[in-house]
Design a protein around this ligand. Structure first.
Ligand code: LLP
Length: 419
């Protein structure tokens, strides 16, 4: 979290004191560092200089158009999974021809819009989807570029909910069926087979599962070549982990270097779809302590951010560091459970955290730039937080806090009773 550091006991994001943003815009508030986003993207781009390669940032990790725009300005492509993400990427200035479209359930209208704007490639996840894309393309008089997502059956060694490359997962096609399905795709008039894709899971902290998956894909690429089907690019998905506490995942440079070495002198284009490793450590969630509630068993600190703002701790038992925005000189450090106002026992952002806090203090939940705001909900009719991008000594609100009116937008009463 280089772009977030203490100066005289006060947490800064780049050149801006975090407390200043909270004072001006209230809490909870997500704060992102432009510099951190740019450096994370660059570490991929630089490792791929001189290669036929695309870095397609996974929009689902953080889809604010302010964030996407920072990446688009640097030349990033985008990995999308819905029409909504497609429109966000375009609105943020992303080039359609650098967009790849993943996901198991693309609707005809989503496919049509992607064909209309001319995306780089559809990552296709089933035989049924091949048929649908072919039909939509035929109707529009177009040819759809496609890549098949192959499920290589490797264990990513990560949380079961974010592991995607095992046979029992819903993603991709069985690797043993790949050649047959590729042949079927090749026979369809309105499809152009250009790639092979995989994504084995998220928050991987070792390189080996990626290399295993790559080896397995390359076997298929060779088998396809024997059948006269020539794959132009390999898309290795996202998944590289980050440091939340004491994990030591490889850096993007090391990861890419290992992939390039394994590829040797094969003339294959490459696509990567990193999400977390670009955005997670570029953001924090700032929250205020509402009340301290020490009980006989536990010390609870009730904060104004909750599971609806950041669901990772509740959903995956994820650990994210929680630190004070201003370090206290006086007072006592004790273990605290940081819990939100939502009516669920699972509503916590951290447990047993050693902190020296008082009501009214600001806390920062670290590594919250990925899968934070994008997974937020309005549960308990709570407005979603504001989002801010810090750029050197300036900060820009890139999303307003929702209002109560926003929360009821589109709802209505049933007509008056005639009974
Ligand atoms: N490509 C595909 C096809 C994906 O499904 C994903 C993530 C990515 C790329 C980006 O993966 P990343 O580089 O971010 O690991 N909500 C969970 C993570 C779910 C990941 C889903 N797919 C969490 O908060 O840990």
């Amino acid at each position: 979290m280089d772009s977030f550091e203490y100066r005289n006991g006060r947490l800064h994001c780049e050149e801006v004191p975090v407390a200043r943003i909270a004072e001006e815009l209230g809490t909870p508030v997500y704060i992102y560092s432009r510099d951190a986003l740019e450096r994370a993207y660059q570490s991929y781009a630089e490792a791929l200089v001189g290669r036929d390669a695309l870095v397609c940032y996974a929009v689902k990790a953080n889809s604010n158009i302010g964030v996407l725009n920072v990446l688009a300005r640097m030349g990033a492509g985008f990995d999308i999974v819905s029409l909504g993400e497609l429109e966000r990427a375009l609105k943020a200035g992303g080039s359609a021809d650098k967009i790849v479209f993943s996901g198991v359930g693309k609707k005809p209208e989503e496919i049509a819009r992607a064909l209309e704007v001319g995306i780089h490639c559809f990552n296709v996840e089933s035989e049924a989807e091949l048929g649908r894309i072919n039909a939509v393309a035929a109707e529009m008089g177009k040819v759809a570029p496609i890549s098949l997502r192959v499920n290589p059956d490797v264990d990513a060694g990560t949380h079961p909910y974010i592991s995607t490359g095992l046979k029992e997962n819903k993603f991709g096609v069985d690797i043993d069926e790949a050649v047959r399905i590729y042949k079927a795709a090749d026979a369809l008039e309105n499809l152009n087979v250009i790639g092979m894709d995989c994504h084995i899971g998220s928050q991987l902290t070792e390189i080996d599962p990626f290399l295993d998956a790559l080896d397995r894909l390359l076997v298929q690429v060779d088998r396809l070549a024997e059948e006269g089907i020539h794959i132009r690019h390999l898309d290795l998905g996202g998944g590289l982990g980050v440091c939340y506490t004491d994990e030591q995942p490889p850096q993007p440079q090391e990861y890419i270097a290992a992939i390039l070495e394994r590829l040797g002198d094969r003339k294959l284009g490459l696509i990567f779809e990193p999400g977390r490793s670009i955005a997670a450590n570029a953001g924090i969630l700032v929250t205020e302590v509402e009340f301290l509630k020490p009980t006989g068993n536990k010390n609870f600190a009730i904060i104004d951010a909750a599971m609806n703002d950041l669901i990772r701790p509740s959903l995956y038992s994820a650990y994210q560091e929680i630190i004070p925005v201003t370090v206290r000189e006086d007072g006592e450090t004790k273990p605290w459970d940081l819990v939100g106002p939502v009516c669920e026992t699972g509503d916590f952002l951290g447990k047993d955290r050693e902190l020296n806090i008082e009501a009214g203090d600001l806390l920062a939940v670290c590594s919250a730039g990925a899968y934070g705001f994008t997974m937020a909900s309005n549960y308990n009719t709570r407005p979603r937080a504001a989002e801010v991008m810090v750029d050197d000594n300036q900060f820009h609100q890139i999303r307003k806090r929702e209002s109560i009116a926003d929360l009821m937008h589109g709802e209505k009463l049933i007509p008056r009773d005639h009974r």
